[in-house]
Design a protein around this ligand. Structure first.
Ligand code: 2DT
Length: 250
């Protein structure tokens, strides 16, 4: 689907308590977007495949113990590590490029390096700019809501997230903690306890902002899917029209 020069994909985040249906809905959403002709990708945090992600995973399954601040920063690092240091890529490739004075691209790159600017660009930004919509299962809001439920200061929790890309839309799948606990039971990970989830739910409330939309997660799976699809399509269209990207916490 063509668009303006600054047309891009949307950054859509799904948030909510454990067992609210985020993972099912984000998977369906990506399929639905692709079905109507949009390029879309599913991301999730924590990304347990990286080395930081493995530390997080072992913590969540109670195989290791970490200070609350430390694990908070690891969750944040797991988002920051999705950045590509493009400079390395450029330097590595310089050797292969013909030393032609008329090579404008090369002159620009050398100019950037000599002025000390870094060409650091996030993988997320590159994907969005290439027109792919990212559907992200949990993001910085989980980071803040869960860590502050342990008693950490909310502003301290928000600080390491400053500068990450801000979502165009956050969909909160709203479910009472008691209802969520009834759904197939919790899987035994560290945070899957009713009293803790109640606190997390209260902390999410504080984070709601203008880009947030709420869906009643107690509705049928199909109803949630339909509402979500509508909201996201609206958002995707505004991003195609060139809505600029911004950073947390705007
Ligand atoms: P999943 O069950 O969705 O894999 O989540 N969490 C998540 C945090 O405490 N901080 C974060 O930054 C993120 C992204 C929420 C695993 C658990 O990790 C919590 C549930």
């Amino acid at each position: 689907r063509g668009g303006k020069a600054d047309s891009r994909g949307a950054l859509v985040v799904l948030e909510g308590l454990d067992r609210c249906g985020k993972t099912t809905q984000s998977t369906r959403l990506v399929k639905n977007l692709e079905r109507v002709g949009y390029s879309a990708e599913l991301w999730r945090f924590p990304d347990r495949t990286t080395s930081v992600g493995k530390m997080i995973s072992s913590y969540l399954s109670n195989e290791s113990q970490l200070d609350d601040h430390t694990i908070h920063l690891l969750f944040s690092a797991n988002r920051w590590e999705k950045r590509l240091v493009m400079l390395f890529f450029v330097v590595r490739n310089l050797a292969k490029i013909d030393q032609d004075e008329n090579n404008v691209w090369l002159q620009n790159v050398l100019g950037i390096i000599s002025t000390g600017q870094t060409l650091v660009k996030s993988l997320m930004e590159s994907k969005l700019k290439s027109g792919t919509t990212l559907v992200v299962d949990r993001y910085s809001y989980s980071g803040v809501a869960f860590s502050s439920a342990k008693g950490l200061d909310i502003e301290w929790c928000k600080a390491p997230e400053i500068g990450l890309l801000a979502p165009d839309l956050v969909v909160y799948l709203d479910i009472p903690p008691e209802k969520a606990a009834e759904r197939g039971g919790y899987g035994g990970e560290r945070y899957e306890q009713l009293e803790f989830q109640k606190k997390v739910g209260q902390n999410y409330q504080v984070l709601h902002g203008p880009t947030w939309k709420i869906i009643d997660a107690c509705s049928s799976m199909e109803e949630v899917e339909e509402q979500l699809q509508k909201m996201v399509l609206d958002c995707v269209k505004t991003c195609q029209e060139g809505k600029p990207l911004s950073c947390l916490w705007s």
